[in-house]
Design a protein around this ligand. Sequence first.
Ligand code: EPU
Length: 350
Amino acid sequence: MRTKIDNTFGIEAEALAFVSYSSEAALREELVRIHEQYAGLPILHVGCCSNLLFLDDFEGIVLRSAIKGFRLTAETDDEVLVEVGSGEICDDFIAEAISRGWYGMENLSLIPGQVGAAAVQNIGAYGVEACDVIEEVRGISLSDGQERTWKRADCGYGYRKSIFKEELWCKYAITRVTFRLSKHFVPKLQYGGLLKAVGQAGLSEGSITAAQLRQVIIDIRRAKLPDPSVMGNAGSFFKNPVVSTEKAGQLLSAFPDMPHYPAEGGGTKLAAGWLIEQAGWKGKSLGPAAVHDRQALVLVNKGGASGRDVMKLCNAIRKDVADRFGIELEPEVNVIGSLLHRDEAIASSR
Ligand code: EPU
């Protein structure tokens, strides 16, 4: 039965069917049924649809994990390994972990989405990425129901990157994620502005608790990022681009104030929000889609925007940033066409 796909961008989109499962066995049963009833049609696995942009109705089946709960699988004096159901809300698990004295995920507080999606997207914020605390990921093949486990080193993790987003895209349902968390809290405050925000909250690096750091992060995010229940959005729309050191040097001689950071794996990471703001787009609209006025990296649905309206804005920004700085911005959100792979969907919207 055609079903509306709720998504944080607030874009109207339907799927042929929406299927939720709460255990591996239930998923396997659903997959058998889906392959019988909808043979050959694409299957899209989603979490909370907080990092997706639908260009059209999705002429396939949307799957979502409702595998809940967590269990300790190993414990030492210093660390725990905790296996978490992919359908848990990531931020709820972070709060729970902090209350139990398991640390390492504080800086990821308030990022929307499920635990499974966190492992696919390698979510990151304030100097921490999911892959810093992921030990292993379990999933089930959407084609034959076989289970597979990937150790962290096999997940192809990089900045907002994993094999689950690339060669395994739409091939597996992530069912469980095991995190390696520390029993000793060491605040990570190196990310630009975080130490200052801690000071402004009347706290210090030497005495801050994990719960206090979580609250500082939550307050920063609430101040900068639009609440999707008020204004549709999917967080950062673009990735921060990584350019060669030479290219960064050229830009820095023309724009000495340009934010830049060494990128892991070489090159220099630039701030897409800054590039978009300099290109004059911050707070600007194109039809019913707009660039958020407090964070230019976030595109918003002012009401009634279609996925194609948002892509028109995306493409206008990409063109202006390319013309001005010679940099190709790449979407961070997953763009979904009716039947297509996301790169083809992006290409088709140009
Ligand atoms: N900046 C501007 N103008 C803007 C926005 C940012 O000049 O409109 C500048 C800032 O002044 C700063 C730099 O750009 O010098 C970086 O800005 P910020 O710290 O706000 O972070 P970001 O690079 O814009 C990234 C992540 C966010 C994450 C924050 C904090 C990506 C694509 N985005 O944003 O992640 O919360 O860092 O770590 O890497 C998300 O992925 O959805 C997301 C929100």
